[in-house]
Unconditional design. Structure first.
Lengths: 347, 168
């Protein structure tokens, strides 16, 4: 039985139970929220472990080996340990701001999954402004980073928060313009429509020459910068800023930042899969398997970046975004518009 | 923290609650021991050995140990290298900034007892146990990565033996 059929059956049972329609929808959405939350928690735990293994093998190490088979329980152990740690709030910290920053980071990372299609019909809500919603929600992360930097009352945290705000805001622009070219071609902002417009492999936007690959590369670069990962991890540069915006956070609050970072990485890969790699489209296997496979591949590419490239300087970072990525993405958008208008390659 | 601390007290009153607390003990101490994140703190030649232990050939990450640059997020401070009288207050400050539970490893002769070369120096602290409570002493000048790993395994054993009741 397909997963979507199970959900549909449960929903019908709920609707037949005699509850008012409003409550049926609320209960259904709450259930969907719990399912997505559980999925994301598992994904974040898995990704932390995977990142440690990937980094280790890239550096000819083994990574965690002593907690279970190849250390598969490592992140669970980390999470339980962080749960037991003392929760430190600095005396001079701005307490409400300090407290809410990790919450906002986590919620912003989590909210984006409302409109991401995990498979054929596996979507919480197919909004007709799907991708716009995701772009809007993920930019909330900036606020949480700024709040963490400001609320900690620590100079390194403030520098880290400021840097990450500048970086995320400036890389948002080329990313959105790159997404725009895809939206232009698909003719819709809905994630499901975008996936359905690339049914065959030659219809994937990645392979629509010449604008597709350019948009994809711009998207991946900007996405790496958005998630504050190397080579753009200036906000948490250990050599300069000790630990960046999360320097004063201990225990579970730090864990929330940490999980939010990994969920954001998964979000960027999931959007990349949906926009460029055909989402859940693929032969033979169930659709959610295709989605997960493609997304995890993109996650692996992001990890590969992280453990291969050195970090950029802060001025190089800004120049790269405003002087290089932005003009190219605008030219690419114009090119995509011309292609759409003239009907070339309109397969 | 408060809830977790009180949990075994309530549980033990329930008949059969002892079984749960022992299992909780096992899970908690096991996970504490398997993720000892250490602070980036090195003051002399022992720090080179510490870096070597963190790097590919010896690989601290096998034990689940990664470094954190911020004392707020680390569990373990490996005092690697000579602690001078001037550095001593900084070491104390870093130790105080760490979140409980926290552990200290004194690595090398200087941190154990003042060291083979600075034993008569007016500027060197004769053992960091004058400043912070030490869990494991690792002698050597500097200790080889193998002995540092052995020290970390010893600390893991000690952490695994801890019970929830012993928490301060």
């Amino acid at each position: 039985m397909e997963i979507t059929e199970i959900f549909k059956y449960l929903y019908e049972q709920l609707a037949a139970s005699g509850l008012p329609q409003v409550w049926v929808d609320i209960v259904a959405l709450a259930c969907a929220g719990v399912i997505v939350f559980g999925f994301l928690a598992v994904v974040a735990l898995f990704l932390v472990w995977w990142e440690r293994k990937v980094s280790a093998h890239i550096q000819q190490r083994f990574g965690p080996m002593r907690t279970g088979w190849h250390g598969w329980r490592q992140t669970i152990a980390d999470a339980i340990k962080l749960l037991q740690k003392e929760d430190i709030i600095p005396t001079l910290a701005d307490r409400p701001v300090f407290f809410w920053a990790p919450v906002i980071a986590f919620v912003a990372a989590f909210m984006a999954y409302i409109t991401i299609p995990f498979g054929d019909g596996l979507i919480v809500a197919d909004l007709n402004i799907g991708i716009l919603f995701i772009v809007a929600i993920t930019s909330f992360t900036v606020i949480s980073l700024l709040m963490a930097g400001w609320g900690s009352n620590n100079k390194y945290a403030l520098l880290g928060g400021m840097r990450s705000a500048a970086q995320v805001v400036s890389y948002e622009v080329p990313m959105v313009v790159a997404i725009c070219s895809i939206v232009l071609f698909a003719g819709s902002l809905s994630m499901v429509d975008i996936v359905q417009s690339q049914a065959m492999i030659y219809q994937w936007y990645l392979f629509r020459l010449p604008f597709g690959p350019i948009a994809f590369i711009i998207y991946i670069i900007a996405g790496t910068a958005e998630t504050n990962r190397t080579p753009f991890d200036l906000p948490e540069a250990e050599q300069e800023l000790v630990a960046g915006f999360n320097i004063e956070y201990s225990g579970m609050k730090f864990a929330m930042f940490f999980l939010a970072e990994f969920i954001n990485m998964f979000t960027v890969s999931a959007i990349g899969t949906t926009l460029f790699l055909g989402g859940w489209q693929g032969p033979f296997l169930p659709s959610w398997m295709w989605f997960l496979g493609k997304t995890l591949f993109l996650v692996f590419v992001l990890m590969w970046f992280r453990w291969t490239y050195p970090r950029l300087r802060v001025d190089q970072l800004m120049e790269f975004s405003w002087k290089f990525l932005l003009p190219i993405s605008f030219a690419n958008l114009i090119l995509a518009g011309l292609m759409k208008y003239s009907g070339w390659f309109n397969w | 923290m408060g809830v977790i601390k009180k949990l075994p007290v309530y549980l033990e009153k329930i008949p059969g609650g002892n079984i749960v607390t022992t299992t909780l003990d096992y899970v908690f101490s096991q996970s504490r021991a398997s993720s000892l994140w250490y602070l980036l703190f090195g003051t002399a030649c022992c720090a080179i050995e510490l870096m070597a232990t963190g790097a590919s050939r010896y690989d601290f990450d096998r034990l689940g140990m990664i470094f954190r640059a911020s004392p707020r997020q680390s569990d373990l401070i490996i005092a690697a290298g000579t602690i001078t009288k001037k550095m001593a207050p900084r070491l104390k400050l870093l130790y105080d900034q760490m979140a409980e539970p926290r552990y200290v490893i004194a690595m090398g002769g200087c941190t154990v007892s003042g060291g083979p070369f600075y034993y008569d120096s007016y500027a060197v602290e004769k053992g960091i146990d004058h400043i912070v409570p030490v869990d494991v002493y690792i002698p050597g000048c500097p200790p080889r990565p193998e002995s540092l790993l052995e020290g970390c395994l010893t600390l893991q054993k000690r952490v695994k033996r801890m019970k929830i009741r012993d928490w301060s």
